[in-house]
Ligand binder design. Structure first.
Ligand code: ATR
Length: 291
């Protein structure tokens, strides 16, 4: 029986088993990984909770949750949520507690930040997050914790960006007694002339929209990028993603895709389960060679 699984539908394409096997191999003789067996688990679309329950009854210790169950997993765990999972409104990691209950966490945002920090210090930077769906929501708190200079969220539907800031970012900053400029934008606001006029360029621009999935270009102008900007796409692909191609044409030197975020979120989950911090770099390099 596996002690750890990734649950999704579909699941055959998931790279998580490879990643976790590589992490476990880094601690081959450690007692914390002696019973670490990680596999894929396909849940029927209407059978998420039954699938987790059967896994738990068979001795399951932890699970990753992927598309399309992250929001359902969030509801399923009820009160047992970490702050970042509560803010994300989604759970990607389930951790079995000593009393048998499941805690829901979300390591996606931490995986993103860990990958960004491999390239740039986020403190004091002007961050622009593109998109206001689930992926953007999960990134908000982990980004704010890095104490950027400002955080702007731009979305095709501007009201959704505003709602994300009002519901997640502003209350968290208030609770921390921290003040930092938050800005909700529509893509219209990112056209060259408007941005140049008020000088609001960004040092870190993160694509959290799903536009790349359809190979679509985002309606943003070249002038949003500061001279030393970093462009980050949460998506990854064998070749360059449409957003990173756009950034390259805009003259952005540092362009990073989301493969490191994928490995990073897995590393955070692995550490939650085993208490061991895996070395991400060699696994990321190995994954890069695979795609
Ligand atoms: P995810 O979980 O990947 O974030 P989601 O919650 O459905 O998926 O959110 C998708 C995000 O991508 C949204 O911000 C969406 O913009 P809207 O809120 O206006 O729908 C954005 N998006 C999707 N397709 C897009 C496109 N072709 N151009 C621009 N934004 C797009």
């Amino acid at each position: 029986h596996p002690t750890y699984v990734v649950i999704g539908h579909p699941i055959a394409h998931s790279k998580s088993p490879q990643i976790h096997a590589a992490f476990a191999a880094q601690f081959a003789d450690h007692p914390a990984v002696s019973r670490f067996v990680y596999q894929q688990l396909l849940a029927p679309l209407d059978g998420f909770s039954a699938t987790v329950k059967a896994f738990a009854d068979a001795g399951g210790r932890g699970a990753n949750v992927t598309v399309p169950f992250k929001e359902e997993a969030f509801r399923w765990v009820g009160e047992q949520l970490t702050e970042r999972a509560a803010a994300a409104g989604a759970v990607n990691t389930l951790v079995r507690q000593v009393n048998g209950a499941w805690q829901g966490d979300n390591t996606d945002g931490a995986g993103l930040v860990a990958d960004l920090l491999r390239h740039i210090d986020l403190r004091g930077q002007r961050i622009l997050l593109l998109g206001a769906g689930g992926a953007a929501r999960g990134a908000l708190l982990p980004l704010l914790q890095q104490q950027p200079k400002s955080l702007s969220v731009a979305n095709r539907t501007q009201s959704k960006a505003q709602r994300l800031l009002d519901e997640v970012a502003a209350p968290w900053l208030h609770a921390q007694d921290v003040s930092l400029p938050l800005q909700a934008l529509g893509f219209d606001d990112l056209l060259d002339e408007v941005v140049v006029a008020d000088g609001s360029q960004f040092d870190v621009v993160i694509n959290a929209t799903s536009a790349s999935l359809n190979g679509e270009r985002l309606p943003i102008g070249d002038a949003i990028f500061s001279s030393k900007a970093l462009a980050y796409d949460m998506m990854y692909s064998k070749g360059e993603t449409p957003f990173l191609a756009q950034a390259r044409l805009a003259g952005v030197h540092t362009r990073v895709d989301g493969l490191g975020m994928l490995v990073g979120q897995a590393a955070e989950a692995f550490e939650l389960w085993t208490g061991l911090r895996p070395n991400v770099a060699p696994v990321l390099q190995w994954m890069r060679e695979q795609i």
